[in-house]
Design a protein around this ligand. Structure first.
Ligand code: ADP
Length: 273
């Protein structure tokens, strides 16, 4: 379980990015974090594992307060937190398998990680994960030979390789087309359900967030202005989070995406008949 308590961040520039944000995420819950640009979503995700140092409040993973840990203890706790990034953050010249195995590096000794030697058990596990994300035929390909959707699947497998207790996901679909975005969001929500893994997904696309998460937290100017079920996100709430213009434009985009998905379904059906 994750518990965020009065988390605040003021950058050195004076920007108050988070202002006493509090919430809890129980095991297995997938939370969509939405809000306009500059609302503090990335800062929140990064404060949870201290890629950004909070200036106030606490973050508990189980009973450990992450904000109070020394550097050494922080390294150990970070192994329990998987991260999936917008730009995948893969090592381009390494193979898919090697990229997934790099999720283990926090565990193996310095010397073994330096020589990149892994146990058979590590390989077996990585291979199972590649099967799960639909990439078992691509294990030996170089990362730079993959499509965007495939690269994000590698990112997901790599995050799971470390058996995380929490998943932090930062704009996982920002570089993907609408169809691939839905596939990736579905995969993330399925693996979280299979593993009882809690997740926070920073996602600017409200419709994707509503379709694939169980709970939405809406941030505006560093504060939680909504925390509830996806179907409670009505026009009033969306206006409160985004202001008038932003989300009406998003809904138009969502309608276009839905129309495209419908066309795809029809094409598939026509192909089958
Ligand atoms: P979001 O992810 O919702 O777009 P961010 O967390 O990136 O929002 O930013 C929240 C606020 O903090 C913004 O006002 C932004 O300008 C500011 N901010 C973000 N990163 C930094 C930084 N490294 N230094 C100073 N201000 C920052």
């Amino acid at each position: 379980m994750l518990k965020v308590e009065k988390l605040s961040k003021t950058y050195k520039t004076g920007d108050k990015a988070l202002n006493e944000v509090s919430f809890e995420v129980p095991a297995g819950q997938v939370v969509g974090l939405i809000g306009p640009s500059g609302a503090g979503k990335s800062t929140l995700i990064r404060c949870v594992n201290r890629l950004v140092e909070p200036t106030g409040g606490s973050v508990y993973l189980g009973d450990v307060d992450i904000t109070r840990l020394s550097r050494g203890d922080l390294r150990r706790v970070r192994r329990r937190i998987g991260m999936i990034f917008q730009e995948y953050a893969l090592v381009e010249r390494l193979t898919v398998m090697e990229n997934v195995l790099s999720g283990r590096l926090g565990y193996v000794s310095f010397w073994r990680s330096f020589t990149r030697r892994f146990d058979q058990a590590d390989f077996d596990k990585a291979f199972k994960l590649l099967e799960r994300v639909g990439l078992s035929d691509h294990a030996d390909k170089r990362a730079d030979a993959l499509s965007g959707g495939q690269r994000q699947r590698v990112g997901i497998a790599r995050a799971l390789e470390q058996d995380p207790e929490l998943l932090l996901v930062d704009e996982p679909t920002a570089s993907l087309d609408p169809k691939t975005s839905r596939q990736i969001m579905r995969l993330i929500s399925e693996v979280c359900e299979e593993r009882g893994l809690p997740a926070i997904i920073n996602i600017h696309d409200v419709v994707l967030a509503q379709s694939f998460t169980q709970r939405i937290i809406g941030l505006r100017a560093g504060q939680v202005v909504f925390d509830g079920k996806p179907d409670e996100l009505d026009d009033k709430v969306l206006t409160e989070i985004y202001g008038e213009e932003d989300w009406t434009a998003m809904r138009r985009q969502a309608d276009e995406d839905e129309a495209e998905a419908e066309r795809e379904r029809e094409e598939r059906m026509a192909g089958l008949s």
